[in-house]
Design a protein around this ligand. Structure first.
Ligand code: SF4
Ligand code: SF4
Length: 145
């Protein structure tokens, strides 16, 4: 029991130290309005990324919200946990990459790409050719000064 408390405490101190003193990722750049992020959406359940049409159909039956999306492709040759994941396209993206419901688009569309450092450490990355990119707020060289 004492050992568990010690591990918990060490873990907590390490997390706090990292939060306060380690460098953080920041998002830089600007949107090129290519529409890729509206056509390459991943959904996940408690079992991981959605990889089957049947699972997606069940999600659509249960939650109306998922009826706004259709399958656009499948991920290949990525990390094991992503390989085979289906990608989805929003039905509100026009052929010329305009959002047809722009004034009332959902909150996560408004926030995109509001991604925190923890997600980046877990392997989240921007789509190829996206105008946004991740950078660190504190360069390695500044630690050496
Ligand atoms: S993928 Fe990036 S550049 Fe393209 S529309 Fe989305 S945010 Fe903008
Ligand atoms: S609602 Fe608009 S911004 Fe959001 S995914 Fe659909 S087309 Fe893109």
């Amino acid at each position: 029991m004492l050992n568990k408390i010690k591990i918990f405490f060490e873990d907590f101190v390490l997390k706090m130290y990292n939060k306060l003193f380690s460098s953080k990722y920041v998002i830089k750049g600007k949107c090129k309005k290519c529409g890729k992020c509206c056509r390459n959406i991943l959904f996940s359940t408690k079992d991981g990324y959605v990889k089957s049409e049947d699972v997606f159909k069940k999600m659509q039956k249960k939650y109306r919200y998922y009826r706004n999306f259709r399958i656009s492709g499948v991920i290949k040759d990525k990390m094991e946990f992503q390989n085979g994941a289906l990608t989805f396209e929003c039905k509100f993206i026009s052929k010329n990459n305009k959002c047809l419901i722009y004034p009332i688009r959902p909150i996560f569309c408004r926030d995109y790409p509001n991604i925190n450092s923890d997600l980046i450490y877990n392997g989240v990355e921007m789509l190829d050719d996206c105008g946004f990119y991740f950078d660190v707020d504190k360069k390695f060289s500044s630690y050496l000064k």
